[in-house]
Design a protein. Sequence first.
Length: 633
Amino acid sequence: MRKKQFKAESKKLLDMMIHSIYTHKEIFLRELISNASDAIDKLYYKQLAENITGLNRDDYCIRVATDKEARTITISDNGIGMTQEELESNLGTIAKSGSLDFKQNNEAKEDIDIIGQFGVGFYSAFMVSERVMVKTLAYSSTEGFCWESEGADGYTVEPCEKLEHGTEITLYLKENTEDEDYDQFLENYRIKSLIKKYSDYITYPIKMEEQVRKELPKADDAHASAEPEVIYETEEHTINSMVPIWKKNKKDITKEEYNQYYQEKFFDFNEPARVIHTNIEGVVSYDALLFVPKKASYDYYTTEYQKGLALYSNGVMIMEKCADLLPDYFSFVRGLVDSADLSLNISREMLQHDRQLKMIAKNIERNVKNELVKMLADDREGYKEFFRQFGLQLKYGIYSDYGLHKENLQDLLLYRSSAEEDMVTLKEYVGRMKEDQDKIFYACGETVDKIDMLPQTDMVKEKGYEILYMTDNVDEFAIQMLREYDGKTFVNICAEDLDLSSEEEKEALSKQNQEAAGLLTLLKDAIGDEISGVRFTNRLKNHPVCLTTEGALSIEMEKTLNAMPMEEKVKAELVLEINMNHRIAQRLMDMDVEEEKEKLDKYAKLLYAQARLIAGLSVDNPTELSNLICELM
Ligand code: ADP
């Protein structure tokens, strides 16, 4: 018979399994049982959705049996089975390429617990087996098929006799070696404890045959001293408790159980940051088990990522990812909702308009919000880490839908501050504002250090005001949606309308600007249409110049928008400001607008170029700039 080759990716994973020196090889059982349970789920769902008669939920089960002589373990289910094509495509290729990627990216850490954390499905059988045989009959099919493989050199598929629909997997265990004991998996008590440990919550019975010791009642005429006759009978027992973790009482579940469930279910290497478990009885009754991950998954900020919670109707999964249960800004939440009030054969389209689902989604949103608020209050470090991972998503949430959710999200924000090397909330900022302060000052830039170097920062800091540093592209867009917090308006210290000076200072400034009107116009004309004006300012401490903006568009927003793939570029309205207290200001004022026009033109260009560079903008003509500098030197 012709051997077929595994797909390249599968072969790699398979090799990994065969040569695994992994210490927790026992998880192979969990993986196979979970596949069996999925296969029954699929059939049960089909039965309900298509109103199939002749199947009884009570008959569904998973059987596990060991055979010491043959050195085999057999795991069988009466689920949906596989057709020949499915057999080839499912077991010849690997679905979980995510775990393989992970492994490849972490090649250095050979021993990384990828297997235990991610689960690797069917192929984990090869960690303990030298040969694996899969017999399967697809539901409503008449011809069974047998898949067989000894590992890396390929597999065979041929027709075989199989009477009941479902799948039967036989593992031919490896021989014991000096370091590895495979015989342990032939002991029923060992298998039983593994089922209890990993698969207790599987909702179908996992059955094993057990020898039961029985004493036969003594016959009446027997001697009183005679030993009772003992026989051993084989009985089938259900090993698992079948209660899914989310249906259990919260106080009966340990943190470890939650963590283990999460890590296995969502293939996460990390424990969850928070667990939210609710059992709701009311207008609509449901159980929800939600997790806030510790780290964003590698695809979280890509379009690949699909948000959503698994949706169950009374223990039966009806949808793997129901997107309607989570708002976009909480899309990082993982978990499930189980409600008996939801109809099983509800379609996706109908779900979107389902009133009960909407109510559940609303509650979930509130639960998540409250949990985050709680985390912020009782685990600041944990929350900071959370915010590093998912803060960006919250900011998008503020910006999206025209700011509809800002009230809900604003207290979850953290910003770096000029007052301390730490993240602060808006509430904290406002709570310690100076008495005369009625604005929230912020500055935008690529990094905190770069913002610190902005000429505008000095003066604001010197006057004793705290500045929020915003380094994400979305920040300013979000701030424009917020506009104010607790009645205090947000003010960009690089924007035009910042006003920190006293009445006298203002007067002095306005006088100087008036007196120098001719000079300023000349400077502006020398620079051209790129800017809308030149003026003296008192907002700078040490620096000679800065660029500020007029209107809604700031410099950082211009950068962000222009970095997007759009045809049309936007332009912030720029104003060149010259420090009225700097020596350069006096020098300019002393010059003769008519006689020294040529020189002033050059100065204007030079000052403008400096201001652009400081603001993190490029200069259009570096050669001209360089020539200018040399000339003036
Ligand atoms: P995963 O379960 O994550 O999809 P596996 O490698 O464990 O990855 O399984 C691959 C596929 O093989 C499954 O998606 C399923 O379609 C099929 N499969 C595995 N075990 C069974 C089973 N007992 N009955 C029916 N189909 C199965």
